[in-house]
Design a protein around this ligand. Structure first.
Ligand SMILES: Nc1ncnc2c1ncn2[C@@H]1O[C@H](COP(=O)(O)OP(=O)(O)OP(=O)(O)O)[C@@H](O)[C@H]1O
Length: 638
């Protein structure tokens, strides 16, 4: 076995194969030439040699006057160099119509040129040195393409080619309408243009903005919370509940509260809340009121009005219907489901067992922090205002009917249900656009005041002992908060309305707005860091497109030859390794680490072994990445 290393700047694929030297091979003899006859590699690779006059023993041809980009030196006609030397100081001509000189070939011509191969370079190029040991298994590897492979790794040759391929494929597939203009524009591009529009570098990660102040609305465990929510949506119903399979298109009913033991009441009615999957596959909440006889179809009018309200602090109402599927006359109202939501009562008032905090047993926090309470007040007041502005009373502002989801996000649930249950044809008919009667506004405000008192005192019946409750509020909360509660509970006035409450809240609204915007910034930052989540899938898709492709460009061995051979070996390296006992290695971390390195195009080298173990290639991830890019570009051009 022989091992060849390449010069640093050259690329990549280094074959390790059993040497099969052919006597008299012209290339081999040329490599054995006296070193002073051999052209310096620095000239080939960089266009110049720093050590030319400092003892470099290789030959340095006189510098061409043409730009170093012209890799193949052209014979100069006599007198040309003299003219060029005179033209050095001439001003650059810039046509008015374009900032670029009209000298470059169109993109199509750039593509039509064959890739640089060993034959296009001088015979003493680094690539030719490897050719002397080119004893690859020719079933898998085509020598001509192999040569091309080496050459594309030199920076000068690979960049324009890959760019040209990618630009074209991007242009064709995504911007067909711009194709003519785009091609035309490229007519003016110089041959070795320093800028060609590049496709997006999907592996580039952007850091989110520097750490933001913690938002009142963003949970510190956001990811786990979201995961939990998505899992909760899919929880299966307990067996033996004997629930209907289909309820007006809703199926897979799961009770959200206990259906045995003490029955839960909604006013004077028994109600049960279920989660169900709707016809559209989304989760809904079905609130069922049992033993209800609908006397007037017009009672559903308010449901229709509520279904038109979309507010961030109101659980959206979808529809209502009656059913006998529960073996009784039931009224069912469908709402949007907010996974893992709990009622204000469950979140704050329900007595909880003491918990260990830093090794000490501590009673659960008794009073809700004032900042949280202000946020709740602002959100509920916003929901009430939205309803009142539409001429609808809320009628159900209660700690057991307001749900908290996420961090401090509140929504009033069960809207519209009370209207159906208490429908009175004589008094309930509402004319849209007509302001809400003062008594209905007062009813809502008093319910709101009771809720504030209950939250301040951690007691649902706080207003039953008003004096004592007010003392608690005075003791633990600011005068502003107490005034808001007192305003809601005060006597009705002809001009009393929810808008006045916002005047009392004042600058607290600004704090709320700041927190909301901080929360938005945080979420945008998170979204930004998730943008490139699909990058490994994209890579796998490219593998899928390339590997084992039965035929391409009338070549049945396309996927097995040239660059694609390396891709195939790399695929084997990632997925088909076996241990010393021949057992498949199914390590996901190996796969992920390989794909991440491939995506980033690192310089780390790996050894790829052919399946018959006769050929070994040492390549860097960067090289494999270039192979995949060019093979994929070839495919997507068609
Ligand atoms: N829109 C919704 N999205 C998600 N969960 C909800 C929704 N509405 C209610 N829930 C949940 O359903 C459960 C029962 O709700 P319900 O309103 O009946 O509360 P409750 O405390 O049981 O009140 P009640 O004593 O009146 O029955 C609660 O855990 C609540 O969090």
């Amino acid at each position: 076995m022989a091992f060849f290393t390449r010069p640093h700047s050259a690329s990549a694929a280094v074959k390790i194969v059993a040497p099969t030297a052919v006597p008299g091979d012209p290339i081999k003899t040329s490599t054995k030439k006296d070193s002073t006859q051999r052209q310096c590699r620095n000239i080939l690779i960089y266009g110049s040699c720093k050590f030319q006059d400092k003892g470099c023993i290789y030959s340095h041809p006189p510098r061409p006057t043409t730009p170093p980009s012209a890799l193949t030196p052209q014979p100069e006609p006599p007198g040309v160099s003299a003219k060029l030397s005179q033209a050095v100081n001439a001003p650059v001509f810039v046509p008015k119509s374009s900032p670029l000189p009209p000298t470059s070939p169109p993109l199509s011509r750039v593509q039509a040129q064959p890739p640089f191969t060993a034959s296009t370079l001088s015979t003493s190029s680094p690539a030719s040195e490897y050719d002397e040991n080119d004893s690859y298994d020719h079933n898998y590897y085509v020598p001509g393409e192999n040569d091309g492979l080496y050459d594309i790794y030199s920076a000068e040759s690979v960049v324009p080619q890959v760019q040209a391929l990618e630009v074209n494929s991007l242009n064709k597939s995504y911007y067909p309408q711009f194709q003519p203009e785009y091609d035309q524009g490229l007519e003016y591009y110089p041959k070795q243009s320093t800028f060609i529009r590049q496709p997006l570098d999907y592996h580039l990660y952007s850091l989110p903005p520097p750490s933001l102040p913690p938002s009142h609305f963003i949970s510190p465990t956001l990811r786990t919370d979201l995961q939990l929510r998505s899992e909760i949506i899919h929880t299966a119903p307990a067996p033996g509940l004997n629930l209907p399979d289909n309820l007006q298109g809703y199926h897979t009913l799961v009770p959200l509260e206990s259906v045995t033991g003490e029955r839960r009441k909604f006013g004077n009615w028994y109600s049960t809340v279920y989660r169900a999957t709707g016809k559209d596959g989304r989760a809904y909440v079905l609130r069922r009121v049992s033993d209800f006889h609908l006397m007037h179809q017009a009672a559903f009018q308010s449901i229709e009005q509520w279904s038109r309200i979309r507010h961030p602090n109101i659980v959206a109402v979808h529809e209502a219907f009656t059913t006998r599927s529960f073996s009784d006359n039931s009224l069912v109202v469908a709402y949007t489901y907010h996974p893992n939501a709990q009622t204000l009562y469950d979140a704050h008032i329900k007595i909880r067992a003491p918990t260990f905090v830093q090794g000490r047993l501590q009673a659960a926090q008794q009073y809700v922090p004032e900042r949280t309470l202000w946020s709740y007040i602002i959100q509920i007041a916003g929901a009430i205002k939205a309803a009142h502005d539409q001429g609808l009373p809320v009628r159900m502002i209660d700690v057991t009917k307001v749900i908290v989801s996420g961090r401090n996000r509140l929504r009033i649930g069960s809207c519209g249900l009370a209207d159906v249950l208490t429908y009175n044809p004589a008094s309930s008919s509402r004319v849209p656009g007509v302001p809400l009667p003062a008594e209905q506004i007062q009813e809502d405000l008093v319910m709101f005041g009771k809720l504030i008192m209950a939250m301040c005192c951690n007691n649902v019946a706080a207003t039953n002992n008003f004096g004592k409750s007010l003392d608690i509020v005075t003791q633990h909360y600011s005068a502003d908060l107490k005034n808001v509660a007192l305003f809601c509970l005060s006597k009705a006035g002809s001009h009393k309305h929810i808008g006045q409450l916002f005047d009392m809240i004042g600058s607290r609204l600004l704090t709320e707005m700041d927190d909301l915007q901080n929360g938005m910034d945080y979420l945008e930052g998170e979204l930004m860091s998730e943008l490139e989540n699909a990058r490994l899938v994209r890579l796998l898709c490219k593998f899928g497109f390339i590997n084992e492709r039965p035929e391409f460009a009338r070549d049945a061995r396309w996927s097995e030859t040239g660059d694609r051979y390396i891709i195939k070996l790399f695929r084997d390296y990632v997925f088909h390794q076996v241990d010393e006992h021949g057992r498949p290695i199914v390590s996901l971390s190996h796969v992920l680490s390989c794909l991440n390195k491939l995506d980033a195009g690192t310089d780390e080298r790996i050894m790829l072994v052919s399946r018959d173990e006769q050929s070994v290639l040492v390549v860097s991830y960067k090289d494999v990445k270039a192979c995949i890019a060019s093979a994929f570009a070839e495919l997507s051009q068609r």
